[in-house]
Design a protein around this ligand. Structure first.
Ligand SMILES: [Zn+2]
Length: 303
């Protein structure tokens, strides 16, 4: 079989094993088939020298694989720049990227801080879930934006701090690249409040998701499809709670109860959804417009 003088190496041994197995399988096959298979990649292994003591045969590729990174999760730090950096470089929490409130621009490009390389896990999402996936630190890229979050007023209302235009520009440039390189689906571009709606509010209702979607970043429903699902109802008209719960669960909010009751967990999850897709009113009420937006998103992304 071997015409060349054998060289004693592990690569040679591997090749020998592969060829003998093929021969075994081919017992009884026609010569034509045997000639065809002799041309298959198995008979011509591609070796890559990886380290000092072994070679890799990379001739075969498994079908069973997907991207390690599936999600990008956006946050605000709720701290100023100095404290944000101190916290995110300390031992408790971290992020892949930190976007300053007023990023430096060098040669027309924003400077974004990378605190953890993308191939390592950063600790930003905590207890979290989305569309059947849990503990999303393992499968996401974390992007923290320096922003104070909100102040709770004596009236009980929250006063939110706006993002700066330069910061939104910088985060858009970053996200375009992160999404393209990791092939992240639009519906997997998320806020911390989407994946932990019972305990988190960031990036908050002032984060301009619609503006980002107009640049091709993340999901957004088509207005005419929202109108279709609204079906002539007033936007704030009460919807069937179970319909909203079912739609949100199907879209990805998999911790939302399926009870038909507007309980606290349901209200918090609806509020998180509204902060993302209808920030003008994130009261957590199960209204007709919320249901219509959810159904338009399902129609566009989750068929
Ligand atoms: Zn967060």
């Amino acid at each position: 079989m071997q015409t060349k003088k054998p060289v004693l190496s592990r690569g040679y041994l591997y090749q020998t094993i592969v060829l003998s197995t093929s021969q075994l399988v081919l017992a009884g096959c026609s010569n034509t088939m045997s000639a065809k298979l002799a041309e298959s990649p198995a008979s011509r292994p591609a070796y890559e020298k990886m380290a000092e003591h072994y070679l890799l045969n990379t001739s075969f590729t498994a079908q069973g694989q997907d991207e390690r990174i599936r999600f990008v999760i956006l946050h605000y730090t709720a701290l100023n720049q100095t404290d944000s950096l101190a916290m995110l470089t300390g031992p408790q929490v971290s992020t892949h990227y930190l976007v300053p409130e007023k990023p430096q621009w060098r040669g027309g490009e924003p400077v974004i801080m990378q605190l953890v390389p993308e191939n390592k896990r950063a600790w930003h999402a905590g207890v979290s879930s989305w569309g059947g996936w849990r503990a999303l630190n393992a499968s996401s890229v974390g992007v923290e934006m320096v922003n104070r979050g909100y102040t709770e007023l004596s009236s009980g209302w929250r006063q939110w701090y706006p993002y700066t235009a330069q910061q939104i520009e910088a985060v858009s440039i970053l996200l375009k690249d992160v999404i393209a390189r990791n092939r992240i689906e639009p519906y997997n571009v998320l806020g911390h409040s989407d994946v932990a709606p019972l305990r988190k509010s960031d990036p908050g209702p002032l984060f301009p998701w619609e503006q980002l979607a107009s640049k091709g970043i993340g999901a957004w429903p088509d207005q005419q499809v929202v109108e279709k699902h609204l079906a002539g109802r007033a936007p704030k008209q009460a919807a069937v709670v179970l319909e909203v719960q079912k739609s949100l669960k199907r879209y990805g909010y998999d911790q939302i109860p399926q009870t038909g009751e507007l309980d606290e967990d349901t209200r918090k999850t609806i509020s998180a959804f509204q902060m993302h897709f209808r920030p003008s009113d994130y009261s957590g009420n199960a209204d007709a417009q919320t249901e219509a937006i959810a159904k338009a998103l399902l129609e566009k992304y989750r068929q």
